[in-house]
Design a protein around this ligand. Structure first.
Ligand SMILES: [Zn+2]
Ligand SMILES: [Zn+2]
Length: 354
């Protein structure tokens, strides 16, 4: 059996190539200091040789360069596009045709910030997606550091929220998780964590609103890759993109507590399954969690809590087939959210969407 391990990364970062305020070398140096294994930079609507020149390993840090495609400028409906060498072949196509071509070319597509974020006093007007595009996109952002922070912002708590962002993060929105669960009962749709960080300078000051030093320690996506990852940059980038698209990942606010060492798996006969994997269900399936910290864990089956425990590890036997994921909270604060393990098929098919 091949050995696997987790790599931790920060996804959805802006630089001076679009509306971010850090240069790419600054972003890279900061990610290295934060101990990340990979970062995914996605400037707006642009992917050209000057950006792609950074797509390689820098020391131990793998830099992946994609772009954030604008679908509807007025509502700020955006899609992260990864794994293509340029935005130019798609630039002038109608939006659905763009997506179909990107997917046909092997590109990876993730719906960015699918929720409403309306804060006119902060000039933030993101309208949620009504219908998602009718193409087989790979996944959606289920949690975004910057959108969570801005969404939770109250003017009278501004300073406290700025100084202690993690105290105020609300976590993935319940309606987004519910929608994500319902989608997954029809087909596998990966969830990813993101930052959408711009490291903006505060006007008339030298202060930076959320520098990457802080952001890179918050919402991270941990992807499972084969243990031989690390030898070949192009192959390793593909392995990370595959893992993101296949939901072989969990998302954690590592600033609250380091989630390294966390494991969520299902045992069935001699097989061990991890998030993003599928197997038939029978009465012998056992779900296991191993955590570096004691936390309040919920096992969510088909969108509903199936089991919960406050501990640093447990096993339980689900009674029915379904799609299973984990939510973990520490002291009531959102900490860790996994992708689904699909235990279905055979005698126990998945229910269709309600
Ligand atoms: Zn966006
Ligand atoms: Zn963005």
């Amino acid at each position: 059996m091949k050995m696997a391990r987790y790599l931790k990364g920060a996804i959805h970062i802006h630089t001076v190539f679009s509306d971010g305020h850090s240069t790419v070398p600054e972003v890279i140096a900061t990610a290295q200091r934060a101990g990340l294994d990979f970062i995914v930079i996605t400037d707006h609507d642009k992917l050209d040789p000057p950006q792609l020149a950074f797509q390689r390993r820098h020391g131990d840090l793998l830099v992946i360069y994609g772009y954030e495609m604008t679908v509807r400028p007025w509502s700020k409906n955006h899609i992260l596009v990864l794994g293509v060498p340029s935005h130019r072949p798609y630039r002038d196509l109608p939006y659905l045709e763009k997506l179909r071509r990107i997917i046909a070319d092997g590109g990876r597509t993730f719906i960015a910030h699918p929720w409403n974020l309306i804060k006119p006093w902060l000039l933030q007007m993101h309208l949620g997606w009504g219908r998602f595009p009718a193409v087989p996109f790979d996944g959606i952002e289920i949690w975004s550091f910057m959108h969570d922070w801005v969404g939770s912002l109250k003017l009278h708590k501004l300073l406290r929220q700025y100084r202690n962002p993690c105290e105020f993060l609300a976590g993935p929105r319940p309606e987004v998780l519910a929608r994500w669960d319902r989608m997954n009962m029809r087909r596998a749709v990966a969830g990813i964590g993101s930052l959408d960080n711009h490291a903006r300078r505060v006007p008339l000051s030298r202060k930076i609103l959320f520098d990457n030093d802080l952001a890179f320690r918050t919402v991270r996506t941990h992807v499972m890759v084969d243990d031989d990852c690390g030898n070949n940059d192009a192959k390793d980038i593909d392995a990370i993109l595959d893992a993101l698209a296949d939901g072989k990942s969990y998302i954690a606010n590592d600033m609250l507590a380091d989630s390294d060492g966390f494991v969520f798996c299902a045992r069935r006969g001699g097989d061990v399954l991890y998030p993003g994997e599928t197997a038939g269900f029978d009465g012998d399936c056992e779900i296991e969690i191993i955590s570096p910290r004691s936390a309040h864990f919920k096992i969510i089956r088909n969108g509903v809590t199936d089991y919960e425990s406050r501990s640093d590890g447990f096993r339980y036997r689900p009674k029915n087939a379904g799609i299973f994921r984990v939510e973990g909270r520490l002291g009531g604060r959102p900490w860790l959210f996994t992708n689904h393990i699909r235990l279905a098929g055979g005698q126990c098919p998945l229910p269709s969407e309600e």
